[in-house]
Write a protein that binds this ligand. Sequence first.
Ligand SMILES: [Mg+2]
Length: 311
Amino acid sequence: MNDPHSRVLLAEDEKSQALWLGNLLEKLGYSVEWVANGYQALEKLRKIRICIVMTDLVMPGMNGFELCQAIRKMRIDHYIYIIIVTGKEGKEDLIAGFNAGADDFMHKPVEEKELFARLQTAHRILNMEQTLLNQYQEISLLSITDPLTQTYNRRYFTEQLQTEMVRCSRYGHDLTLILCDIDRFKEVNDTHGHLVGDKVLQAFAKTLSQGIRQEIDYLARYGGEEFILVLPETNCEDAPACSERLRRAIPSLIFFSETGSFGITASFGTVTVLGDRVGAYPDVDVLLKSTDDNLYTAKRQGRNICVCSKI
Ligand SMILES: [Mg+2]
């Protein structure tokens, strides 16, 4: 069974009790992992994603209270719902159990209907946690993505470049940055309208992203029609060829509007930071300024060209 909510870890030192509860759980559709004490339970939780734990209180080695406390201290990416199952009566253990981090408490002998109802509660909590987690991941992704082109946004780029520079300077690796800009993009918008302009931006970004190494290089929208590419471990021999390849791919894009079909070109400013340098790596601002200068030179020299340098 792959659904982690359909798996229960049962910590119980008495085999007859474990069999009884295990049978009930299986009857309700759960798969059961049985362990005889808290240490084994923790070991299992580290290896398998299990979201529901049912634990006895009195066990040799690590008891149920200690297990609850240890689970709450674990660094894991999901919630574990803990139900204490005990033969002892009285409020003291119940209070101590909740204080130790348990979510629920049941008395032996466990009855099927009660078990079902309590597990329903566990599912409500776990499902709510899953929904929140999904929403969080969605929001996290949105916060680093440009909505129009689905590339990374400038915020993400700025954060990542800093990290990338630290890594490259530590290991003495080269790093290439390419800033590119669609030539005369304002004319595209003015002549064909903003909707067509958006399509141009999307196609431009798609072409760039198809021309780089997946999972290694990355692309971000830097400004309106400006995009920036980060190519870790790309040296100054490879950088001009890579920029040229990207540049040459752009004029083959054809767009259609009410005023007819048209193509675009783009200019590229490329800078490689040399890894085998003597002395410190340049500041991020210096690198960006240098890349921007190269792009400006490309524009001034007539557009649709790549200007590359190294620092
Ligand atoms: Mg026991």
